[in-house]
Design a binder for this molecule. Structure first.
Ligand SMILES: [Zn+2]
Length: 888
């Protein structure tokens, strides 16, 4: 894209003569449509040319501008900051204000960052730069070196394959050099590369696309079919000998199967940890932490009582967390797994090490040191390798056009997490082997292949603070407040840290640079600190001893609970706010006007000083008059922190009032003519209830007579969600009957059980809960199902009595809840998940794993029409549809 644009510009004679705001305005025009962000930045920058003398525009400068634009396009993460820097830099250059020294020091700093990143990565299996940052830094350095030829150095990281060796392993010289791949970050760049490659090849070749596995490159040397060494890439010429561990990796055979093996061949591949294995590995690390603490306790107990002090559980836990930390990502875990010296480990460490090796897997993707393989295409090499018993990725595809390649890239970009391992991009190779020789390689990478890199899902950012929020149940949850960062397509500022033990286990300090991960729709997670970047100013998070909302001392509710809670359930404003919001939620009374902001306005307003709701007891007594004056501070949805405007003042709103302008009261009763004569205008403000206030009052009124199960959910009884509430409501028919039942009677109801029964009894025994019930009843809330025949009666009859039905997928005539209600009304049980005990599974369009499972279990499956027959006539009515097996 930019290539073509710049060439067009350079061919325009007028522009060859000078550079200044006019050339920038032309660029602005060119980019306006396709790259609005670049256009906007250029527009802003062009003003800086005013007052500067015109500078002759020659080829070198034009090239520099091109470099600047190209480099910044690569680095654009949706923010224009980097682009601005690059272009500012460029302007400095054309204005002859830059010095050679500034360029040299900039380049040296880039080289230093890259070298340090390589060193820590290869020697310590950690990284101070994220992969994406590393590639980007490398790109910037390349751009600089291309621009200033004089500063190129043969020892620059751009001239090396990347990485080096650790002294722990014996060196292995690769028979053929192991190269890296060059990267592209957009389809435009990929297309550009393909065009260049096609031009060099003299025709459009077939493209072999494969997933770029986020793992560790390995070269397996087979001589006459026997593995003689396995080596990491190292610097590309010499790698590390990891044969001992490699022989234990699934998929690395010591002897190749088949016959006609070449005298020597190096099989190249990627060692990785599959996603599922990674999760198991981290579970094991957590278990090992526990076992290490238990072992320490045993040792302590075996010492004579007189000689031992108290057992320091915290210290032991911290030490165990250091010995068996959670792995931040599968790639680092794989790298460390392959490059460990197991024979030097024992006990729990050995167990951890063995498990890591056992989790490793291999996919092969190329060969080296075999000048004339008996095939013509790279894709055929994979068939050959598979025939030798080597594992080949099932995800590759040969494409005949670059559009097809782009579709492959787009598809796997959307389905990144649907494959068995982590991927960070797509590798595109020229399929024909003869072209590999013709196209050759640069000092670092082959010209016949390129890596398309997806936007990062793992980034580095700074942990500015760890704050603590209090939720509906009083749980105090620490969460990280971070420098905002773009990850996987959205800006992330906060991530929960769950509890103080998690903060400690992750080992993060306030001020740390942390690794933040957000994959697709997944909730952002702080993986851990980048310890190498600490400067000593970082501080440890201390869990507060008091509730940040009401000042009550936090405590664990039960012995052994990790979570700390604010015990002031009745009037802690954060808890009341959470409960009131819950009452309005869809699974409870479904009051649309009672959302997050309204809940905050009613419980934590700025005005009046005494909130309308100190507990939820008065909810149904609210009046329009008391709503109108309420003023609320707008808070962040996640953290509860007040939002501030540009002056740092909290942003406040009055959600329940609107101001209408009218004639002043004195003008009342006057005719239009009289008002005009007296000079009255519509300039007198009249405060009135807003539409939201009216809606809230109306919806609260309507909510009073909603179904009993909704009323039960809205009471915020622990464990009583919609499912348990329906079970209670269906059986008992009224809150009065529930109150009259013993805990045992409650527990016996299908779908209730002892835990819920205990929670209900416990809740009912609390004085201030009774006040809520009294006040709600007095306000007209109906805690009963009209015409319910009494406890237990509902279960007695109905065509589905004793049967369990699961509905999955969408229905034409039922909503999800409607289908449930229909099943329950017919005496059946509406279950959420499929099991052997399920009698019928109703399947509509969009049904997923539940349908698969139902088929696997051989259950009776119905469509919507069948479902309607089932509701009408019971199992007999659908016997012909399901083969009469439903009775069993
Ligand atoms: Zn509190």
């Amino acid at each position: 894209m930019s290539d073509r644009v710049l060439r067009a510009v350079s061919q325009s004679g007028a522009l060859r003569t000078q550079i200044g705001s006019d050339i920038f305005s032309r660029f602005v025009e060119t980019f306006e449509q396709s790259k609005p962000l670049i256009a906007q930045t250029l527009r802003e920058l062009s003003s800086r040319f005013e007052g500067l003398p015109p500078v002759p525009l020659n080829e070198t400068l034009l090239e520099a501008l091109e470099q600047a634009v190209r480099a910044s396009q690569k680095g654009l993460d949706g923010s224009s900051a980097e682009l601005r820097d690059r272009l500012s830099d460029f302007i400095e250059r054309v204005a002859n204000r830059q010095t050679t020294e500034s360029v040299v020091s900039r380049v040296e700093s880039l080289r230093g960052q890259l070298r340090e990143a390589q060193a820590t990565y290869y020697q310590d299996d950690t990284s101070i730069l994220s992969d994406y940052e590393f590639d980007r830094t490398m790109d910037l350095l390349e751009a600089e070196e291309e621009y200033f030829e004089s500063i190129r150095r043969p020892d620059s990281p751009t001239q090396e394959v990347g990485g080096s060796r650790s002294a722990l392993f014996d060196p292995v010289e690769h028979a053929e050099r192991m190269l890296s791949l060059d990267n592209v970050f957009s389809i435009d760049e990929l297309t550009e590369w393909a065009a260049k490659t096609s031009a060099a090849a003299g025709r459009t070749p077939a493209w072999l696309c494969e997933l770029k596995i986020d793992g560790l490159a390995i070269s397996l040397r087979y001589e006459l079919g026997r593995l003689t060494s396995a080596a990491t890439r190292g610097d590309g010429r010499t790698g590390e000998d990891v044969t001992v561990n490699a022989l234990r990796v699934a998929g690395i055979p010591e002897h190749l199967s088949g016959t006609d093996h070449p005298t020597l061949v190096e099989v190249r591949g990627e060692v990785f940890i599959p996603t599922r294995g990674f999760a198991e590995l981290n579970e094991l690390q957590a278990q090992l932490q526990e076992r290490a603490v238990a072992a320490a306790r045993e040792r302590w107990e075996s010492r004579p009582e007189a000689t031992r002090g108290p057992f320091d559980e915290q210290r032991e836990a911290a030490s165990a967390a250091r010995r068996f930390p959670a792995f931040a990502n599968p790639r680092n875990a794989a790298s460390g797994g392959l490059r460990q010296q197991l024979d030097k480990k024992s006990g729990l460490e050995r167990e951890a090490g063995d498990a890591r090796v056992a989790t490793l897997q291999l996919y092969v993707h190329g060969i080296g040191a075999w000048p004339r393989p008996p095939v013509a295409a790279q894709s055929e090499i994979y068939d050959l390798l598979a025939g030798w018993g080597l594992p080949v990725s099932p995800h590759s595809k040969v494409c005949t056009s670059i559009e097809e390649v782009a579709a492959f890239v787009a598809h796997h970009g959307e389905h990144r997490h649907d494959v068995e391992h982590e991927i960070d991009g797509v590798v595109v190779k020229v399929d024909e082997l003869t072209l590999h020789d013709e196209l050759g390689a640069t000092s670092r990478a082959p010209r016949w292949a390129i890596a398309y890199k997806y936007p990062p899902e793992e980034v580095h950012t700074r942990l500015l603070d760890v704050a603590v929020g209090v939720g509906r149940t009083g749980r105090a949850t620490p969460y990280g407040v971070m420098e905002p960062v773009l990850v996987a397509g959205s800006v992330v500022r906060q991530a929960t840290l769950h509890n103080q033990d998690v903060v400690r286990a992750k080992g993060v300090l306030i001020g740390d640079t942390v690794v933040l991960r957000k994959a697709g729709d997944v909730i952002p997670e702080i993986l851990g600190p980048v310890v190498e970047l600490r400067d000593g100013t970082e501080t440890e998070f201390v869990m507060p001893s008091h509730c940040p909302e009401c000042g009550t001392t936090l405590r664990a509710m039960k012995e052994g609970d990790i979570d700390l809670r604010c015990p002031n359930a009745q009037s802690c404003p954060a808890q009341v706010r959470g409960r009131v919001e819950h009452i309005g939620s869809r699974g409870a009374l479904d009051i649309e006007a009672l959302g997050e902001v309204t809940a905050a306005a009613l419980t934590q307003p700025r005005v009046p000083a005494v909130p309308p709701l100190i507990t939820e007891a008065r909810l149904f007594d609210l009046t329009l008059d008391e709503l109108v004056p309420i003023e609320v501070v707008v808070r962040d949805a996640e953290t509860g922190e007040p939002r501030t405007d540009d002056d740092g003042e909290p942003v406040a709103r009055k959600p329940f009032q609107k101001i209408r302008l009218d004639y002043p009261p004195e003008a009342e009763g006057m005719t239009a003519q009289e008002r005009r004569k007296a000079g009255y205008r519509k300039d007198h403000p009249v405060v009135e209830p807003s539409a939201q206030a009216e809606t809230l009052i109306d919806e609260l009124e309507a909510a009073k007579t909603k179904e009993l199960w909704r009323q039960l959910v809205s009471l915020n009884i622990r464990h009583v969600g919609p499912v348990a509430a329906r079970a209670l409501a269906d059986w008992f028919g009224s809150l009065q009957a529930i109150e009259a039942a013993s805990e045992e009677e409650l527990a016996q109801v299908e779908g209730v059980g002892p835990t819920i029964a205990a929670a209900v009894t416990e809740w009912l025994a609390v004085d201030w809960h009774q006040q809520i019930l009294d006040q709600w009843r007095a306000a007209g809330v109906r805690f009963a199902t009209p015409d319910h025949p009494g406890p237990g009666a509902a279960q007695q009859d109905g065509v589905l009595t004793g049967l369990t039905v699961v509905v999955t997928g969408s229905m034409e005539h039922f909503t999800r809840d409607g289908a449930k209600d229909a099943i329950i009304a017919a005496g059946g049980k509406a279950a959420g998940s499929v099991s052997k005990k399920t009698d019928f599974v109703v399947v509509g369009p969009g049904a997923g794993s539940k349908e698969t499972k139902a088929r696997d279990l051989g259950l009776s499956i119905l469509d919507e029409a069948g479902f309607e027959r089932l509701l009408d006539g019971g199992p007999d009515a659908v016997a012909d549809l399901v083969g009469g097996e439903s009775d069993s």
